[in-house]
Write a new protein. Structure first.
Length: 437
Protein backbone atom coordinates (compact mmCIF):
# COMPACT_ATOMS: atom_id res chain seq x y z
CA UNK A 1 0.00 0.00 0.00
CA UNK A 2 2.84 2.26 0.80
CA UNK A 3 4.25 1.64 -2.57
CA UNK A 4 0.93 2.55 -4.07
CA UNK A 5 0.80 5.83 -2.20
CA UNK A 6 4.31 6.58 -3.18
CA UNK A 7 3.62 5.88 -6.74
CA UNK A 8 0.50 7.88 -6.54
CA UNK A 9 2.40 10.84 -4.98
CA UNK A 10 5.35 10.74 -7.38
CA UNK A 11 5.69 13.58 -9.82
CA UNK A 12 8.20 14.39 -12.51
CA UNK A 13 11.52 15.86 -11.34
CA UNK A 14 10.64 19.15 -12.89
CA UNK A 15 7.55 19.27 -10.67
CA UNK A 16 9.19 18.77 -7.23
CA UNK A 17 7.61 20.63 -4.37
CA UNK A 18 9.16 22.13 -1.21
CA UNK A 19 8.23 19.04 0.75
CA UNK A 20 10.25 16.92 -1.62
CA UNK A 21 13.37 19.09 -1.08
CA UNK A 22 13.03 18.90 2.66
CA UNK A 23 12.68 15.16 2.39
CA UNK A 24 15.88 14.93 0.36
CA UNK A 25 17.75 17.20 2.82
CA UNK A 26 16.57 15.06 5.76
CA UNK A 27 17.79 11.91 4.19
CA UNK A 28 21.22 13.48 3.27
CA UNK A 29 21.66 15.69 6.38
CA UNK A 30 24.93 14.17 7.48
CA UNK A 31 26.48 14.62 4.11
CA UNK A 32 25.62 18.34 4.10
CA UNK A 33 26.71 18.80 7.71
CA UNK A 34 30.04 17.14 7.09
CA UNK A 35 30.71 19.38 4.04
CA UNK A 36 29.93 22.55 5.98
CA UNK A 37 32.03 21.44 8.89
CA UNK A 38 34.97 20.59 6.68
CA UNK A 39 34.68 24.02 5.00
CA UNK A 40 34.63 25.84 8.31
CA UNK A 41 37.53 23.87 9.61
CA UNK A 42 39.49 24.55 6.43
CA UNK A 43 38.76 28.28 6.60
CA UNK A 44 39.75 28.34 10.24
CA UNK A 45 42.93 26.49 9.48
CA UNK A 46 43.76 28.91 6.69
CA UNK A 47 43.02 31.87 8.98
CA UNK A 48 45.22 30.43 11.67
CA UNK A 49 48.05 29.51 9.34
CA UNK A 50 48.06 32.69 7.18
CA UNK A 51 50.11 35.51 8.82
CA UNK A 52 48.07 38.48 9.95
CA UNK A 53 48.87 41.77 8.23
CA UNK A 54 48.54 45.02 10.19
CA UNK A 55 48.61 48.53 8.82
CA UNK A 56 49.71 51.71 10.55
CA UNK A 57 49.48 55.16 8.94
CA UNK A 58 50.73 58.64 9.77
CA UNK A 59 49.42 61.94 8.47
CA UNK A 60 52.04 64.53 7.54
CA UNK A 61 51.17 68.17 6.97
CA UNK A 62 53.02 70.37 4.47
CA UNK A 63 53.22 73.81 6.11
CA UNK A 64 53.81 76.86 3.96
CA UNK A 65 56.67 79.17 4.84
CA UNK A 66 55.93 81.55 7.70
CA UNK A 67 57.17 84.62 5.81
CA UNK A 68 54.75 86.00 3.17
CA UNK A 69 55.61 84.79 -0.30
CA UNK A 70 55.27 88.30 -1.74
CA UNK A 71 58.25 89.30 0.42
CA UNK A 72 60.37 86.18 0.06
CA UNK A 73 59.73 83.74 -2.75
CA UNK A 74 59.82 80.01 -1.91
CA UNK A 75 63.02 78.12 -2.53
CA UNK A 76 61.38 75.80 -5.03
CA UNK A 77 58.29 76.03 -7.19
CA UNK A 78 57.83 72.24 -7.36
CA UNK A 79 54.41 70.80 -6.53
CA UNK A 80 53.92 68.57 -3.51
CA UNK A 81 53.67 65.56 -5.83
CA UNK A 82 57.04 66.34 -7.39
CA UNK A 83 58.57 66.93 -3.98
CA UNK A 84 57.24 63.65 -2.63
CA UNK A 85 58.49 61.69 -5.63
CA UNK A 86 61.96 63.09 -5.11
CA UNK A 87 61.95 62.43 -1.35
CA UNK A 88 60.35 59.02 -1.77
CA UNK A 89 63.17 57.97 -4.06
CA UNK A 90 65.62 58.82 -1.30
CA UNK A 91 63.61 57.15 1.46
CA UNK A 92 62.98 53.97 -0.54
CA UNK A 93 66.59 53.60 -1.56
CA UNK A 94 68.25 50.24 -0.99
CA UNK A 95 70.69 51.56 1.60
CA UNK A 96 68.08 53.26 3.77
CA UNK A 97 65.55 50.43 3.68
CA UNK A 98 68.24 47.89 4.51
CA UNK A 99 69.15 49.93 7.60
CA UNK A 100 65.49 49.95 8.68
CA UNK A 101 65.22 46.19 8.12
CA UNK A 102 68.29 45.60 10.25
CA UNK A 103 67.20 48.10 12.92
CA UNK A 104 63.75 46.56 13.44
CA UNK A 105 64.71 42.98 12.50
CA UNK A 106 62.10 42.82 9.74
CA UNK A 107 61.35 39.98 7.29
CA UNK A 108 63.34 37.41 9.26
CA UNK A 109 61.78 34.42 7.55
CA UNK A 110 62.04 35.97 4.09
CA UNK A 111 65.71 36.73 4.58
CA UNK A 112 66.35 33.03 5.10
CA UNK A 113 64.99 32.10 1.70
CA UNK A 114 65.31 35.27 -0.42
CA UNK A 115 68.15 37.57 -1.37
CA UNK A 116 68.19 40.98 0.30
CA UNK A 117 67.23 42.74 -2.94
CA UNK A 118 63.95 40.81 -3.13
CA UNK A 119 63.19 41.51 0.51
CA UNK A 120 63.79 45.23 -0.05
CA UNK A 121 61.41 45.12 -3.03
CA UNK A 122 58.79 43.49 -0.79
CA UNK A 123 59.22 46.27 1.77
CA UNK A 124 58.79 48.92 -0.92
CA UNK A 125 55.44 47.32 -1.80
CA UNK A 126 54.42 47.45 1.86
CA UNK A 127 54.98 51.23 2.01
CA UNK A 128 52.22 53.45 0.64
CA UNK A 129 52.38 57.26 0.23
CA UNK A 130 49.09 58.96 -0.66
CA UNK A 131 48.30 62.64 -1.24
CA UNK A 132 45.32 63.81 0.80
CA UNK A 133 42.97 65.65 -1.55
CA UNK A 134 41.09 68.19 0.56
CA UNK A 135 39.75 71.19 -1.32
CA UNK A 136 39.23 73.09 1.92
CA UNK A 137 43.00 73.18 2.47
CA UNK A 138 43.84 75.90 -0.02
CA UNK A 139 47.58 76.41 0.44
CA UNK A 140 48.22 73.65 2.94
CA UNK A 141 48.59 70.10 1.68
CA UNK A 142 49.11 66.84 3.46
CA UNK A 143 49.89 63.24 2.69
CA UNK A 144 49.57 59.94 4.49
CA UNK A 145 52.32 57.39 4.97
CA UNK A 146 51.31 53.79 5.65
CA UNK A 147 53.25 50.61 6.30
CA UNK A 148 52.01 47.01 6.50
CA UNK A 149 53.57 44.18 8.47
CA UNK A 150 52.91 41.18 10.69
CA UNK A 151 53.75 42.70 14.08
CA UNK A 152 51.43 45.60 15.03
CA UNK A 153 53.93 47.27 17.37
CA UNK A 154 56.77 46.95 14.87
CA UNK A 155 54.47 48.27 12.13
CA UNK A 156 53.71 51.37 14.21
CA UNK A 157 57.41 51.94 14.97
CA UNK A 158 58.44 51.55 11.33
CA UNK A 159 55.68 53.95 10.24
CA UNK A 160 56.89 56.62 12.67
CA UNK A 161 60.47 55.98 11.60
CA UNK A 162 59.57 56.48 7.96
CA UNK A 163 57.61 59.65 8.79
CA UNK A 164 60.63 61.06 10.65
CA UNK A 165 62.85 60.20 7.70
CA UNK A 166 60.50 62.05 5.36
CA UNK A 167 60.75 65.17 7.52
CA UNK A 168 64.53 64.91 7.83
CA UNK A 169 64.98 64.28 4.14
CA UNK A 170 62.76 67.24 3.27
CA UNK A 171 64.89 69.55 5.43
CA UNK A 172 68.04 68.09 3.94
CA UNK A 173 66.80 68.49 0.37
CA UNK A 174 65.72 72.08 0.94
CA UNK A 175 68.99 73.01 2.64
CA UNK A 176 70.96 71.42 -0.17
CA UNK A 177 68.81 73.29 -2.66
CA UNK A 178 69.35 76.71 -1.10
CA UNK A 179 73.05 76.01 -0.55
CA UNK A 180 73.42 74.83 -4.12
CA UNK A 181 71.52 77.89 -5.34
CA UNK A 182 73.72 80.22 -3.29
CA UNK A 183 76.88 78.49 -4.51
CA UNK A 184 75.72 78.69 -8.12
CA UNK A 185 74.82 82.37 -7.79
CA UNK A 186 78.17 83.14 -6.16
CA UNK A 187 79.97 81.50 -9.05
CA UNK A 188 77.86 83.39 -11.59
CA UNK A 189 78.37 86.66 -9.73
CA UNK A 190 82.13 86.17 -9.73
CA UNK A 191 82.07 85.41 -13.45
CA UNK A 192 79.93 88.43 -14.32
CA UNK A 193 81.97 90.66 -11.98
CA UNK A 194 85.13 89.60 -13.80
CA UNK A 195 83.52 90.56 -17.11
CA UNK A 196 82.40 93.89 -15.67
CA UNK A 197 85.89 94.70 -14.40
CA UNK A 198 87.39 93.84 -17.78
CA UNK A 199 84.83 95.97 -19.63
CA UNK A 200 85.34 98.87 -17.21
CA UNK A 201 89.07 98.66 -17.86
CA UNK A 202 88.51 98.59 -21.63
CA UNK A 203 86.19 101.61 -21.44
CA UNK A 204 88.64 103.51 -19.23
CA UNK A 205 91.57 102.74 -21.53
CA UNK A 206 89.54 103.74 -24.58
CA UNK A 207 88.57 107.05 -22.98
CA UNK A 208 92.15 107.75 -21.94
CA UNK A 209 93.45 106.92 -25.42
CA UNK A 210 90.93 109.12 -27.23
CA UNK A 211 90.59 111.84 -24.62
CA UNK A 212 89.13 114.96 -26.21
CA UNK A 213 87.45 113.03 -29.05
CA UNK A 214 84.66 111.41 -27.05
CA UNK A 215 80.96 112.16 -27.61
CA UNK A 216 80.65 113.76 -24.18
CA UNK A 217 83.31 116.31 -25.20
CA UNK A 218 81.83 117.13 -28.62
CA UNK A 219 79.99 120.24 -27.43
CA UNK A 220 83.08 121.55 -25.61
CA UNK A 221 85.19 120.89 -28.72
CA UNK A 222 82.77 122.87 -30.88
CA UNK A 223 82.78 125.79 -28.45
CA UNK A 224 86.59 125.73 -28.31
CA UNK A 225 86.78 125.55 -32.11
CA UNK A 226 84.53 128.59 -32.44
CA UNK A 227 86.61 130.50 -29.90
CA UNK A 228 89.87 129.63 -31.67
CA UNK A 229 88.48 130.61 -35.05
CA UNK A 230 87.30 133.92 -33.63
CA UNK A 231 90.70 134.50 -32.05
CA UNK A 232 92.38 133.67 -35.37
CA UNK A 233 90.19 136.22 -37.11
CA UNK A 234 91.13 138.81 -34.50
CA UNK A 235 94.82 137.94 -34.87
CA UNK A 236 94.62 138.42 -38.64
CA UNK A 237 93.02 141.83 -38.16
CA UNK A 238 95.61 142.83 -35.55
CA UNK A 239 98.48 141.76 -37.80
CA UNK A 240 97.02 143.77 -40.68
CA UNK A 241 96.64 146.90 -38.58
CA UNK A 242 100.10 146.53 -37.05
CA UNK A 243 101.69 146.07 -40.46
CA UNK A 244 99.96 149.21 -41.71
CA UNK A 245 101.19 151.13 -38.68
CA UNK A 246 104.73 149.87 -39.24
CA UNK A 247 104.57 150.85 -42.92
CA UNK A 248 103.51 154.35 -41.94
CA UNK A 249 106.50 154.72 -39.66
CA UNK A 250 108.76 153.45 -42.43
CA UNK A 251 107.37 155.98 -44.90
CA UNK A 252 107.68 158.97 -42.59
CA UNK A 253 110.42 161.50 -43.71
CA UNK A 254 113.11 162.37 -41.25
CA UNK A 255 113.25 166.11 -41.54
CA UNK A 256 110.00 167.21 -43.21
CA UNK A 257 106.51 166.01 -42.92
CA UNK A 258 106.09 165.64 -46.71
CA UNK A 259 108.47 166.19 -49.64
CA UNK A 260 105.89 166.08 -52.44
CA UNK A 261 102.25 167.04 -52.93
CA UNK A 262 99.74 164.78 -51.18
CA UNK A 263 96.08 164.75 -50.23
CA UNK A 264 94.74 166.26 -47.04
CA UNK A 265 93.72 162.83 -45.74
CA UNK A 266 97.18 161.33 -46.31
CA UNK A 267 98.86 164.33 -44.80
CA UNK A 268 96.60 164.22 -41.75
CA UNK A 269 97.57 160.61 -41.23
CA UNK A 270 101.26 161.54 -41.28
CA UNK A 271 100.72 164.51 -38.99
CA UNK A 272 98.81 162.39 -36.46
CA UNK A 273 101.67 159.89 -36.41
CA UNK A 274 104.15 162.74 -35.99
CA UNK A 275 102.03 164.22 -33.21
CA UNK A 276 102.08 160.89 -31.41
CA UNK A 277 105.87 160.86 -31.70
CA UNK A 278 106.15 164.39 -30.30
CA UNK A 279 103.74 163.70 -27.46
CA UNK A 280 105.85 160.70 -26.48
CA UNK A 281 108.81 163.07 -26.02
CA UNK A 282 107.31 166.40 -24.92
CA UNK A 283 104.35 167.77 -23.01
CA UNK A 284 101.27 169.21 -24.72
CA UNK A 285 102.46 172.75 -23.85
CA UNK A 286 105.62 172.29 -25.84
CA UNK A 287 105.66 174.70 -28.84
CA UNK A 288 106.22 172.01 -31.46
CA UNK A 289 103.32 169.97 -30.13
CA UNK A 290 101.07 173.00 -30.16
CA UNK A 291 102.18 173.90 -33.69
CA UNK A 292 101.48 170.36 -34.91
CA UNK A 293 97.99 170.46 -33.40
CA UNK A 294 97.35 173.81 -35.09
CA UNK A 295 98.34 172.44 -38.49
CA UNK A 296 96.14 169.39 -37.98
CA UNK A 297 93.18 171.63 -37.10
CA UNK A 298 93.74 173.71 -40.24
CA UNK A 299 93.93 170.61 -42.44
CA UNK A 300 90.83 169.07 -40.89
CA UNK A 301 88.88 172.14 -42.06
CA UNK A 302 89.91 171.46 -45.65
CA UNK A 303 88.38 168.81 -47.98
CA UNK A 304 90.05 165.36 -47.55
CA UNK A 305 90.80 164.94 -51.25
CA UNK A 306 92.37 168.39 -51.68
CA UNK A 307 96.06 168.41 -52.69
CA UNK A 308 98.49 170.07 -50.34
CA UNK A 309 101.90 171.27 -51.49
CA UNK A 310 104.93 170.61 -49.26
CA UNK A 311 105.72 174.29 -48.86
CA UNK A 312 102.32 174.87 -47.29
CA UNK A 313 103.23 172.77 -44.30
CA UNK A 314 106.10 173.68 -42.00
CA UNK A 315 107.74 170.94 -40.06
CA UNK A 316 107.94 172.08 -36.44
CA UNK A 317 110.88 169.80 -35.91
CA UNK A 318 113.01 171.94 -38.26
CA UNK A 319 111.26 175.32 -37.96
CA UNK A 320 113.54 178.18 -36.89
CA UNK A 321 112.71 180.06 -33.74
CA UNK A 322 113.75 183.48 -32.45
CA UNK A 323 115.66 182.36 -29.41
CA UNK A 324 119.05 180.60 -29.57
CA UNK A 325 117.96 177.86 -27.29
CA UNK A 326 115.13 176.94 -29.64
CA UNK A 327 117.52 176.89 -32.60
CA UNK A 328 119.73 174.50 -30.79
CA UNK A 329 116.78 172.30 -30.00
CA UNK A 330 115.61 172.41 -33.62
CA UNK A 331 119.03 171.39 -34.81
CA UNK A 332 118.99 168.41 -32.49
CA UNK A 333 115.50 167.13 -33.37
CA UNK A 334 116.22 165.28 -36.67
CA UNK A 335 118.66 163.09 -34.87
CA UNK A 336 116.19 162.40 -32.07
CA UNK A 337 113.45 161.62 -34.62
CA UNK A 338 115.63 159.03 -36.34
CA UNK A 339 116.55 157.46 -33.02
CA UNK A 340 112.88 157.23 -31.96
CA UNK A 341 111.54 155.94 -35.28
CA UNK A 342 113.77 152.88 -35.47
CA UNK A 343 112.81 151.45 -32.02
CA UNK A 344 109.11 151.82 -32.84
CA UNK A 345 109.55 150.03 -36.14
CA UNK A 346 111.49 147.27 -34.43
CA UNK A 347 108.82 146.99 -31.73
CA UNK A 348 106.06 146.77 -34.33
CA UNK A 349 108.02 144.17 -36.29
CA UNK A 350 108.53 142.09 -33.14
CA UNK A 351 104.83 142.39 -32.33
CA UNK A 352 103.92 141.25 -35.84
CA UNK A 353 106.25 138.24 -35.54
CA UNK A 354 104.72 137.31 -32.17
CA UNK A 355 101.23 137.64 -33.62
CA UNK A 356 102.15 135.41 -36.54
CA UNK A 357 103.58 132.79 -34.16
CA UNK A 358 100.32 132.88 -32.24
CA UNK A 359 98.47 132.58 -35.54
CA UNK A 360 100.40 129.42 -36.41
CA UNK A 361 99.60 127.99 -32.96
CA UNK A 362 95.94 128.80 -33.46
CA UNK A 363 95.92 127.15 -36.87
CA UNK A 364 97.44 123.98 -35.41
CA UNK A 365 94.92 124.00 -32.57
CA UNK A 366 92.04 124.58 -34.98
CA UNK A 367 93.19 121.68 -37.14
CA UNK A 368 93.45 119.43 -34.08
CA UNK A 369 89.95 120.32 -32.84
CA UNK A 370 88.52 119.90 -36.34
CA UNK A 371 89.98 116.39 -36.41
CA UNK A 372 88.46 115.71 -32.99
CA UNK A 373 85.05 116.86 -34.14
CA UNK A 374 85.29 114.77 -37.31
CA UNK A 375 86.35 111.66 -35.32
CA UNK A 376 83.55 112.01 -32.74
CA UNK A 377 80.93 109.93 -34.66
CA UNK A 378 83.32 106.98 -34.99
CA UNK A 379 84.25 107.08 -31.31
CA UNK A 380 80.59 107.47 -30.42
CA UNK A 381 79.85 104.21 -32.23
CA UNK A 382 82.76 102.37 -30.59
CA UNK A 383 82.03 103.65 -27.10
CA UNK A 384 78.36 102.80 -27.65
CA UNK A 385 79.24 99.16 -28.34
CA UNK A 386 81.43 99.01 -25.24
CA UNK A 387 78.78 100.66 -23.06
CA UNK A 388 76.03 98.40 -24.43
CA UNK A 389 77.90 95.25 -23.39
CA UNK A 390 78.80 96.86 -20.07
CA UNK A 391 75.21 97.88 -19.29
CA UNK A 392 73.91 94.43 -20.23
CA UNK A 393 76.39 92.74 -17.88
CA UNK A 394 75.70 95.34 -15.19
CA UNK A 395 71.96 94.60 -15.30
CA UNK A 396 72.75 90.89 -15.26
CA UNK A 397 75.00 91.44 -12.25
CA UNK A 398 72.32 93.39 -10.39
CA UNK A 399 69.75 90.70 -11.17
CA UNK A 400 72.08 87.98 -9.91
CA UNK A 401 72.85 90.03 -6.81
CA UNK A 402 69.14 90.35 -6.01
CA UNK A 403 68.72 86.61 -6.46
CA UNK A 404 71.76 85.99 -4.26
CA UNK A 405 70.27 88.14 -1.50
CA UNK A 406 66.97 86.27 -1.80
CA UNK A 407 68.83 82.94 -1.69
CA UNK A 408 70.69 84.02 1.45
CA UNK A 409 67.42 85.00 3.10
CA UNK A 410 65.87 81.68 2.07
CA UNK A 411 68.87 79.85 3.49
CA UNK A 412 68.42 81.71 6.76
CA UNK A 413 64.73 80.82 6.78
CA UNK A 414 65.54 77.16 6.25
CA UNK A 415 68.11 77.16 9.05
CA UNK A 416 65.60 78.80 11.37
CA UNK A 417 62.92 76.44 10.08
CA UNK A 418 60.74 79.31 8.89
CA UNK A 419 60.42 77.94 5.39
CA UNK A 420 58.08 75.27 4.07
CA UNK A 421 58.16 72.23 6.37
CA UNK A 422 56.73 68.77 6.89
CA UNK A 423 55.05 68.26 10.26
CA UNK A 424 53.52 65.08 11.66
CA UNK A 425 49.99 65.85 12.81
CA UNK A 426 48.88 62.21 13.24
CA UNK A 427 51.71 59.83 14.21
CA UNK A 428 51.60 56.19 13.29
CA UNK A 429 48.76 54.46 15.12
CA UNK A 430 48.85 51.10 16.85
CA UNK A 431 46.71 48.81 14.67
CA UNK A 432 44.16 47.00 16.82
CA UNK A 433 43.13 44.51 14.18
CA UNK A 434 44.69 43.16 11.03
CA UNK A 435 43.69 44.29 7.58
CA UNK A 436 44.52 40.85 6.14
CA UNK A 437 43.37 38.15 5.94
Amino acid sequence: MAMTRRKRGMKPVSGLELFDYLEILRKRFWIVFVCILVGLLGAGAVFLVTPKVYRSSALILVESQKVPTDLIKPVTADTIEERLISIQQQILSRTLLQKIIEEFNLYKNDLKSKPIEDVIDDMRKDIKVTIVDDRRMLHIQSFSLAYEGNNPRIVMQVTNKLASLFIQENLKVREQLVEGTSEFLEHELASVKEKLDLEEKQISEYKMKYMGQLPAQAEANLRTLDRLQQELSNIDETIRLTEEKRDIFRDLPTGAVASQPSSVAALLKQLHMKLSQLQSEFKDTYPDVMEMKRQIEELERRPPDETVKPEEIADPLVAAKSTPSEKEVAAERPRVANMNADPQIRALTAEIAARKNRKRELERSIKMFEQRVEATPLHEQQIGLLMRDYEQNRRNYENLMNKKIAANISETLEKRQKGEQFRIIDPGNFPGKPVKP
